[in-house]
Write a protein that binds this ligand. Sequence first.
Ligand SMILES: [Fe+2]
Length: 212
Amino acid sequence: MSLDVANQTESAHASFPFPDGPEWTERVRTPSSERCREMWALWEMPEHIQMHSLLVTRVALGIAEMVREKILPGLDIDQVLAAAMLHDVAKIYTIRHGGSHSQIGAAWVQERTGNPVVARAVLHHVDWPFAMDLQRYPVSLIVCYSDKRVRHTEIVTLDERFADLQERYGVNAKARHHIQQSLEQGRAIERLFSEGLKVELNAYSFDSRRMV
Ligand SMILES: [Fe+2]
């Protein structure tokens, strides 16, 4: 999505103070973890992507609980759970057939669940195009950041995750530039959370909810 289009969409949403809030999803259900697993099966998600998604979900829920406690009491944790579980649901399809796994995954999730908050988080989990605003987009920002903290099936720092991406996908200058930009965005989201939560997320262990 171009920045112009993103900005237009952003202003169209401006009348809603909290796009990830309940007024956007009051007529639809958020899928439970069981429903998410049914979608994994339906779309043939391989086991290693299931493991990756569960670890992203663990990180996302750890952050979501802190965000709800310290910043947004109205945060719907179930939306974070569903979006984290489903963020890579179309990965294997695009490996087989091409295309953008975030766009196709979001289309599937929107069609099947009708939940715009969960679908938005799937759509933008690689690059976040709107305002870095935790009050407005907590679900998307939590999932986008959490995915950047999991390398395959291991919780790592942003630097470790992006070193791996550069090694695997940094095949030319353009690709390396894009990966670097994505790292910068991950750092910006990390600062946003760290400042809001008064916790250094970079050094946070999501295994024990204690600093490593
Ligand atoms: Fe992904």
